[in-house]
Design a protein around this ligand. Structure first.
Ligand code: CA
Length: 367
């Protein structure tokens, strides 16, 4: 996440660019972080745009609206989880609430004038395509569920183009939406209640993807690991597949989740060692994934949190390339700077080979 004022500023400049394109009849098919160059620290340039259509006249309404939604989706990536007002405007934007760049720009302008307080970031996330692939099928997201509950998710999709990245995005969105819907109004509910709701929301994500893949007739699926943090004192960490949750406490890295993979099972049974599992030819075979069957078994771990703790959620693109001892050492090098830790972990995955997409998300519990 970036400082709120910087996201607002980027949004303003980007709406200006979109308005200019629309005026000249140009609309976009896609918009990603790599489409923007920031020159001299402030000039924002649209680079290598993925153009959908060039019209003779001004761009038609529906295409303008969809471009604005693309911008909203992109900007969501850069917002701290605590910045609620901005998160809400971007969510509306991503779902098509603004007809034109101008309308969206005006909403951003209102936020700039409101002079929002800058939250101190407690979480950071980063995803990277890696060095060998052209498609990033990983996804991550977070959502403030209520005053004292935050949800963080990492998903690693599989199935190739139009499947993997769709499954992982759907999984993250459905889990966040469902958990928000059922926990937003709740206040002071028991941990048991929260755990049951969390489980049901995770299941809803699973069943949604299963339904969608049946409809399309493909076999999309995804792993998912999620942490629901209550009052910064307690966490539920849930997983299906081999994306992992770790806890760093007192400079020690502990793995919270257990992989649902063939090699993890073989290690459990004592047939191979951890080291052999890393290079095993079947290390990519998963025994459980999200979206493959209705009503998947979800593991949920309860974690009592202490000040200074950090939770790390990641896809196998990290732990498959970087040994635990090195992950631990990087986490210890940046105990309070989660953005730098994320960047360094991604860099370490590249050094390890970068064969897979890599996604990391760090949640810090303030001292
Ligand atoms: Ca992966």
């Amino acid at each position: 996440p970036l400082p709120v004022q910087q996201v607002l500023d980027m949004g303003q400049r980007a709406t200006g660019i979109l308005a200019y394109l629309h005026h000249h009849g140009v609309t976009l098919r896609n918009l990603g972080a790599t489409n923007f160059l920031i020159q001299d620290g402030e000039r924002v340039v649209l680079y290598d745009p993925d153009i959908r259509e060039v019209h003779e006249e001004k761009a038609p309404d529906d295409e303008r609206k969809s471009d604005v939604a693309l911008l909203g989706q992109l900007l969501q990536r850069f917002v701290p989880v605590e910045a609620e007002a901005l998160t809400e405007v971007l969510r509306q934007c991503a779902s098509g609430a603004f007809e034109t760049p101008f309308a969206f720009g005006r909403a951003l302008e209102d936020l700039i004038r409101a002079n929002l307080a800058e939250p101190s970031p407690i979480a950071a996330g980063m995803t990277d395509v890696g060095l060998a692939r052209t498609l990033n099928e990983d996804n991550w997201g977070w959502r403030r569920l209520s005053d004292d509950m935050d949800l963080y998710v990492v998903a690693d999709g599989m199935g190739g183009h139009d499947s993997g990245e769709v499954a992982s995005q759907m999984a993250v969105e459905t889990l966040c939406d469902e958990a928000f819907r059922s926990l937003n109004e709740e206040c002071g509910v028991s941990h048991e209640r929260v755990e049951a709701t969390f489980d049901a929301s995770f299941q809803a994500g699973n069943n949604g993807i299963k339904e969608h893949s049946e409809h399309l007739g493909n076999d999309m699926g995804t792993t998912m690991v999620a942490a629901l943090v209550i009052d910064r004192k307690y966490a539920f960490v849930a997983n299906v597949g081999d994306s992992r949750g770790y806890l760093v406490r007192g400079e020690m890295l502990h793995q919270i989740t257990r992989d649902h993979s063939l090699v993890a099972k073989m290690v459990e049974q004592g047939r191979i060692t951890e080291e052999e599992a890393r290079v095993h030819p079947h290390s990519n075979i998963l025994l459980r994934t999200v979206g493959t069957d209705y009503d998947v078994d979800i593991d949920i771990f309860n974690v009592d949190l202490a000040p200074g703790d950090r939770i790390l959620l990641c896809s196998d693109g990290l732990w498959g390339e970087v040994e635990d001892a090195e992950i631990e050492s990087i986490m210890n090098h940046f105990p309070n700077d989660h953005r730098s830790a994320c960047r360094e972990l991604v860099r370490a995955a590249h050094h390890g080979g970068g064969k897979d997409n890599v996604t990391v998300l760090i949640i810090g519990i303030p001292e």
